[in-house]
Design a protein around this ligand. Structure first.
Ligand code: ZN
Length: 324
């Protein structure tokens, strides 16, 4: 069968320091990597751990303004000079290692997508931080500096690997930054399921895109405590609606694990087997016409034990293995 699935890490990711009191702390990746490490025996020969690369500024600028890139770089430089954490907003902080981590996060996602686009891999999971889906073209927010998933979608298009990209966001929070990046663009369909009302406040069902992009954004706001069965029903229904008039040739996932039961920042109830089934649904039903090309990127997930279990479940599904 051979290697089908990449598990991507970047050496700077664990060094991005937000302080241990911050939910998006350095221990998240350690927990995730050790959970995946425990699975490696069953993943052996199918999943390969790979190291990512750095994005170029040119890659960032397909999504972000030069002013935003300059602001993030200046804050990271200041953090290095002062050897202190610098706040970009109330909950978004950078340390001396954050520039390398931020371009590493985006670049590793590009490396994973490149391997899948070339046919070297069928699927991939990108375990990099900082996360990205709240970063808008103009600003950092919600723990996010650059919007990696948007950057990858634009990279795929820029290099002719995809014309129509579907982005599915199952983080418990609305992916406002990704929505902003493609709100007027019919070539990138953005589907988000999220708890509502909740941070960041956007993502009501009436937000459907505008101009040429009208109808290419789909938001599914869900009340805290929505049952797993209802979530799965809404997930499959929304995908059926999305793909009714949009045939993606690449599928990207903003895989937040804060939609799992027990997350300190969320009130949804998903279990690892739900994430496994949702991932398989994407590969088998949604990406079946484009070779099952699915790349999932880590976003949130703040209960470190659950984060590990969830990642292992998604990775097993990406690799075609049954739930653990
Ligand atoms: Zn989140």
């Amino acid at each position: 069968m051979g290697i089908t699935t990449g598990f991507y890490l970047h050496p700077a990711s664990p060094l991005h320091d937000t302080g241990w009191g911050h939910p998006e702390h350095q221990g998240r990746l350690r927990a995730l990597a050790s959970a995946v490490g425990r699975e490696m025996l069953s993943l052996h020969g199918i999943v390969e751990q790979r190291e990512g690369a750095d994005a170029d500024v040119e890659d960032l600028l397909r999504v972000h303004t030069q002013a935003h890139v300059d602001t993030v770089r200046a804050a990271c430089d200041l953090a290095r000079t002062r050897q202190a954490l610098i706040s970009l907003d109330e909950d978004t902080k950078v340390s001396s290692a954050s520039w390398d981590a931020a371009v590493g996060s985006a670049g590793t996602a590009i490396a994973a997508a490149a391997a899948v686009a070339s046919g070297d891999l069928r699927t991939a999971f990108v375990a990099a931080r900082p996360p990205g889906h709240h970063a808008t073209p103009e600003r950092a927010m919600g723990f996010c500096l650059f919007n990696s998933i948007a950057i990858v979608a634009r990279w795929l298009q820029a290099y002719g690997h995809a014309e129509r990209v579907l982005i599915v966001d199952w983080d418990v929070h609305h992916g406002n930054g990704t929505q902003d990046a493609f709100y007027e663009d019919p070539s990138v369909y953005f589907l988000s399921l999220h708890q509502w009302p909740h941070y960041p406040g956007t993502g009501v069902a009436e937000e459907r895109g505008s101009g040429a992009g009208e109808g290419y954004t789909l938001n599914v706001p869900l009340a805290a405590g929505t049952s797993r069965a209802e979530y799965r029903r809404r997930f499959e229904g929304a995908l059926a609606e999305a793909t009714g008039g949009f045939r993606p040739d690449f599928v990207l996932v903003s895989s937040g694990f804060d939609s799992m039961a027990g997350d300190p920042l969320g009130g949804l109830l998903l279990e690892p087997e739900d994430l496994h089934a949702m991932t398989r649904h994407l590969i088998d039903e949604v990406a079946s016409d484009c070779g099952g090309r699915v790349v999932a990127l880590l976003e949130g997930g703040y209960n470190t034990e659950r984060l590990g279990l969830g990642t292992a479940a998604v990775l097993r599904a990406l690799a075609g293995l049954p739930p653990a």
